[in-house]
Write a protein of this length. Structure first.
Length: 246
């Protein structure tokens, strides 16, 4: 029996005793093709940089894909880790710290659910299923929509509220100086006013350069959209440590 088939057998065993309203959902090992099939429903554009495991949630009778979870290799510069594992993944020897991170940690990088199946527990079911048989000693996740969709916390991960980034605070102050609401970034008719304000346009470009994920953006509309998502999100970090074997 292959490792993946063994894991699927364990998932079926978990499902057998499940009397929740979503007992018709089956969790199985999936592929990145499952993520691509649902990726349009996720708030982040573009696929994760890596993937080392994919779980799929499907309706048992029809086999319809209703959700997907992607596990990735961790980034090496996650400042949030000091909140969850103080001192564990940092130190004067950066190469040694990187080896520890790669050996012990994996990241849940995407959880996507078909909108027709949201609010019934599919996302938390996927996370719980992965945490029952994780690939590593520690698991982390970052969610911009964690406050609105607390499924990581519901699945048993510990939540950490991250401090506001200095670049985000600076852009907030710039908008306030012009008496503009944060929602202006999302409101397309009002957002046109931003393009005619050299001060705000400059601050948006400074903000974009402060983040690895937005440095490549050149078009004003792309920067505005990215800033809107960042400033109007309440980013949460989530951590889980596998219990020691008995």
């Amino acid at each position: 029996m292959t490792p993946d088939s063994t894991i699927e057998a364990r998932f079926r065993a978990l499902d057998a005793g499940n009397s929740s309203p979503i007992h018709r959902i089956a969790i199985q090992i999936g592929s990145i093709a499952d993520y691509r099939a649902l990726s349009r429903f996720h708030y982040l554009t573009g696929p994760p940089a890596t993937h080392v495991r994919v779980l799929r949630a499907s309706e048992s009778a029809s086999g319809q894909l209703v959700g997907v979870l992607v596990v990735s290799m961790p980034t090496l510069d996650g400042s949030w880790r000091e909140l969850a594992w103080p001192g564990r993944y940092r130190g004067p020897d950066r190469a040694a710290a990187a080896r520890t991170i790669n050996a012990e940690l994996r990241t849940i990088s995407r959880v996507v659910v078909d909108p027709r199946w949201r609010a019934v527990g599919v996302a938390s079911r996927l996370v719980r299923s992965y945490l029952a048989h994780p690939l590593s000693h520690a698991t982390e996740a970052i969610a911009a929509m964690g406050a609105a969709c607390p499924f990581f916390k519901a699945a048993g991960m510990r939540e950490y509220i991250l401090p506001v980034r200095p670049a985000d605070a600076r852009l907030r102050d710039a908008l306030h100086a012009r008496r503009l609401r944060l929602s202006t970034l999302y409101d397309h008719p009002c957002a046109r006013r931003l393009t005619s304000d050299p001060f705000i346009a400059r601050e948006l470009r400074i903000w974009a350069r402060s983040r690895k994920s937005s440095r490549r953006l050149r078009e004003f509309e792309e920067i505005r959209s990215a800033a809107a998502t960042a400033l109007l999100s309440n980013v949460r970090a989530y951590a889980h440590t596998r219990a020691p074997s008995r």
